[in-house]
Ligand binder design. Structure first.
Ligand code: NAD
Ligand code: TDX
Length: 331
């Protein structure tokens, strides 16, 4: 089987490629990635001899057509993925997340190629802190940020292409991922690398916002379950019951790294900051029999801290530029 992985030099995509090479010797992976600030070809070094890499833009119809035509399956991870960036300049989000997805959908339609669309729980907006509810596949779309609005738009394109044109597609909406190869702009790697640098972690606002953490390996095993066994045209929510407020996560990072749990700073809040995300993954568990492997957040977090300690050469080149962007925002 020939699989085209878009965004395979990014965080989740590169972990997906590693897992696929490790567990599926019958699959040949081609990565299509534009190598934006968030992409790093070095994330594919451990599998470089087993993977074909194409540097290119998913919004470019010619490159997309050529690579889709040669594939049996497209797994679409490529995106502009950071909420804070989308508040500063939404255009790359519209271009990559909406127009890029459109180009992929047109190509899979032309060549009748199976398509899996990787999306986020943020399309559902947020939940109140004291609301026992979780997101389900029936929750109405209500995105808050330019990032989540463009991801919601891309999901709706996929649904329309599946229904109107019979494109063989599935969609997954996953909660917050953590693990190796995540860009230092994101919450957990930012705090780990701050502590390594002797800088105090930065908590937005009061830190009561809740995220539903899942290890990236579990996200990717769920994506394969959906590709293998999911019903075409269907949406599956991916989550591993990992709700934690941000304050608790920062305290845990500090504690695991041998620091005092209160050695962090409160900084300016994110405008429109979503309060809480929570996933009900019943369909994935009961219909497809998927189970997460990383069930103890503290263990997964400790392993992630070890990874960042051991891979400073990987993240160091991004660190100063990332912090300079935050400094302008007072975050
Ligand atoms: P990331 O920012 O780490 O990686 C994105 C990758 O896409 C990078 O390698 C980048 O170079 C590439 N890319 C960006 N624009 C491109 C373009 N126009 N053409 C080709 N490649 C391009 O993102 P991530 O965190 O790995 O997220 C991957 C996917 O998973 C996204 O679709 C995101 O919405 C979704 N998702 C992420 C999370 C999370 O917690 N990180 C949770 C749920 C869903
Ligand atoms: O320094 C920080 N301090 C802080 O308190 C940063 C960078 C973030 N935060 C907070 C904001 C959020 O409540 O931590 C939480 C997580 O922040 P991000 O890592 O920016 O993730 P989030 O905005 O929740 O979105 C992530 O999960 C869903 C991914 O970036 C998205 O791509 C995915 O769709």
């Amino acid at each position: 089987m020939r699989v085209l992985v878009t965004g395979g030099a990014g965080f989740i995509g590169s972990n997906f490629v590693h897992q696929t090479v490790r567990e599926r010797p019958d699959v040949h992976v081609t990565v299509l990635d534009a190598l934006t600030y968030a992409g790093d070809e070095r994330s594919l070094d451990p599998v470089a001899d087993k993977v074909t890499f194409a540097k290119g833009d998913i919004a470019d119809p010619d490159v997309v057509d050529r690579l889709v035509k040669e594939s049996d399956l497209v797994v679409h991870f490529a995106a502009e993925s950071h909420n804070d960036n989308s508040l500063h300049d939404p255009w790359p989000f519209v271009r990559t997340n909406v127009i890029g997805t459109y180009q992929l959908l047109e190509a899979v339609r032309r060549h009748d190629v199976r398509y899996h669309h990787v999306s986020t729980d943020e399309v559902y907006g947020d939940l109140e802190l004291d609301d026992p509810a979780k997101f389900t596949p029936e929750t109405p779309y209500n995105p808050s940020s330019p990032y989540s609005a463009t991801k919601a738009s891309s999901d709706l394109l996929v649904r329309a292409w599946a229904r109107s044109f019979g494109v063989r597609a599935t969609i997954s909406n996953c909660s917050n991922n953590y693990g190796p190869y995540q860009h230092v702009e994101k919450f957990i790697p930012r705090q780990i690398t701050n502590v390594i640098d002797g800088v105090r972690p930065k908590l937005y606002g009061t830190g009561e916002n809740v995220r539903d953490w899942i290890h990236v390996e579990d996200h990717n095993s769920a994506v394969w379950s959906i590709i293998d066994k999911g019903r075409l045209g269907e949406t599956y929510l991916i989550g591993a019951d990992g709700e934690k407020d941000n304050k608790t996560v920062i305290e845990l990072i500090l504690q695991l790294m041998g620091q005092s749990p209160d050695a962090y700073d409160h900084v300016n809040d994110r405008p429109g900051h979503d309060l809480r995300y929570a996933i009900d993954a019943t369909r994935l568990r009961t219909e497809l029999g998927w189970e997460p492997q990383y069930t103890t957040f503290e263990d997964g977090l400790a392993a992630t801290i070890d990874w960042y300690r051991a891979h400073e050469a990987w993240w160091r080149p991004q660190k100063d530029a990332t912090e300079a962007k935050y400094a302008v925002l007072g975050r």
